[in-house]
Design a binder for this molecule. Structure first.
Ligand SMILES: *[C@@H]1O[C@H](CO)[C@@H](O)[C@H](O)[C@H]1NC(C)=O
Ligand SMILES: *[C@@H]1O[C@H](CO)[C@@H](O)[C@H](O)[C@H]1NC(C)=O
Length: 450
């Protein structure tokens, strides 16, 4: 009899079917049942919304893709359908000259450092660093990146606003991870005497006569260095998500940082955890952030996660959210404000329903360090903003290690900012800029390749 044979195996005694042995067997079985029950009880308590028992602290297993920190949450396999042709512009006309053609050839090159880092794991993180022309700042940002834990496993994409040799040299010097460089080939400074640069007939002053183009709502004509930022941001977003072959099948989160953002060593570990946690902890959070939206605020330093306004310093989101943003291209491109972030806050996020939150930790893992904004140095009639950059922001011990807890509750901040009805700061009134912006949104879907 198999039962007896089994009990013989379990019982170390001579006589197989003895009473003693049966009792021991029953004890063993009931122990197993009891163990199973306790186990089940614990599992139900780790369900997504529970956030109490410290016994259940889930060891962070980091991934930019799946939410292992959200036990029980099912991730459906997302398929991203093609964008319908009728919502795309077929008649796009992109500016072109020798420099832009050369930059487009460079954009098709494979990432650097493939000899040092030949493989990326399936759940690697992608970081996009977008830069203009402040080499002193970029050196600080790159030094910060080099110290980030896990950076060697990530793909770093650097998006240059046009071509500046000194900026390029700094990026070419990076040896700590794979680096894919892209150069915005339609950046105004690439075109010294044609659109999107200054065109004969363009004038910046409201009072001038016979000006080419359309003034903004305050009567000002387009100024290439003012529109450059919004163009670069939009070109970069479209290129990264929809143009780069390296990203085509990537369905994790992408972290975006600028040349005057310093990442603390725990930045990658924290953003990976936040990206995973937001799915179960904060369904209203579209993004994850490494720092509060208020760049001077270091965080509450409490034991809780914070759902806050979407901030500019170290923000991460996935392709679902990109598609949501992309579907508001018309609103983004026609809003008369030269700031990409204000455009998003006023005409894109409010369209998504209730408040758009971003999930962040109670202590920042990234810091804005530049004193000079991109436009401050260029204001007419004012002394140029001067800042040597050079100094590294101080890094405390706690900024070196993963410092979040998946059991923390989420605290909701009051989100303040620009209202839906805000008319914009202007600077984006010319239909040529609006059309170029719309062309960026369509180009990779109607046959243009990077
Ligand atoms: C492209 O076509 C749209 C309508 O489909 C039109 O509004 C727009 O002016 C055209 N743009 C150019 C650059 O021809
Ligand atoms: C992307 O993030 C949003 C917001 O957290 C989430 O609703 C969506 O399911 C995510 N998409 C994928 C493909 O994981």
């Amino acid at each position: 009899m198999p039962f007896l044979q089994r009990s013989k195996a379990i019982c170390p005694w001579k006589f197989s079917a003895s009473r003693r042995c049966l009792i021991v067997l029953i004890l063993q079985v009931s122990f197993l049942v009891l163990f199973g029950l306790i186990h089940l009880l614990f599992l139900s308590r780790t369900s997504p919304r529970s956030s109490t028992s410290p016994l259940l602290s889930v060891k962070p297993k980091f991934s930019a893709r799946s939410p292992p920190l959200c036990p029980g949450l099912q991730v459906s396999e997302h398929k991203f359908p093609k964008i319908p042709l009728k919502s795309l512009r077929q008649n796009i006309s992109l500016p072109q000259n020798d420099v832009s053609s050369d930059l487009r050839r460079r954009n098709a090159l494979p990432p650097r450092n493939l000899d040092l880092f030949p493989y990326l794991s399936a759940d690697h993180m992608v970081i996009v660093l977008y830069v203009h022309n402040r080499p002193a700042y970029l050196k600080v940002a790159v030094h910060g990146l080099s110290q980030v834990e896990g950076i060697s496993e990530a793909l770093l994409i650097v998006s240059h606003d046009g071509y500046f040799p000194e900026m390029n040299a700094i990026i070419e010097g990076i040896r700590f991870c794979q680096v894919k460089q892209i150069f915005a080939p339609f950046s105004p400074h690439i075109f010294p005497d044609a659109f999107p640069g200054i065109t004969p007939g363009d004038c910046e002053k409201a009072e001038s006569r016979n000006c080419k183009g359309d003034p903004d709502q305050y009567g000002h004509y387009r100024s290439p260095h003012i529109v450059s930022l919004k163009h670069h941001w939009w070109w970069m977003m479209n290129t990264v998500w929809d143009g780069l072959p390296e990203i085509r099948n990537y369905d994790g989160h992408i972290l975006f940082v600028e040349e005057d953002h310093f990442l603390f060593p725990n930045a990658l570990r924290n953003i990976e955890a936040l990206s995973a946690l937001k799915a179960c902890k904060c369904p209203e959070c579209y993004m994850a952030n490494l720092a509060p939206a208020d760049v001077n605020f270091k965080g509450e330093r409490i034991n809780a996660l914070v759902a806050d306004k979407i901030g500019n310093v170290g923000y991460a989101f996935n392709r679902t959210i990109w598609r949501k943003i992309h579907s508001y291209a018309e609103q983004f491109c026609s809003f008369d404000d030269y700031n990409w972030d204000i455009s998003m806050w006023v005409v894109v996020y409010p369209e998504w329903g209730s408040t758009s939150y971003s999930l962040r930790g109670p202590r920042r893992s990234a810091q804005h360090f530049g004193k000079c904004g991109l436009h401050q140095g260029q204001k007419q009639g004012q002394p140029p903003c001067f800042d040597e950059g050079g100094q590294l922001p101080p890094v405390e011990e706690e900024d070196k290690i993963y410092n979040l807890d998946s059991n923390w509750i989420v605290r909701y901040s009051t989100v303040q900012g620009y209202d839906r009805g805000f008319k914009g700061w202007g600077g984006w009134g010319d239909s040529r800029d609006r059309n170029l912006c719309l062309d960026f949104a369509s180009m990779y879907h109607v046959g243009v390749t990077i």
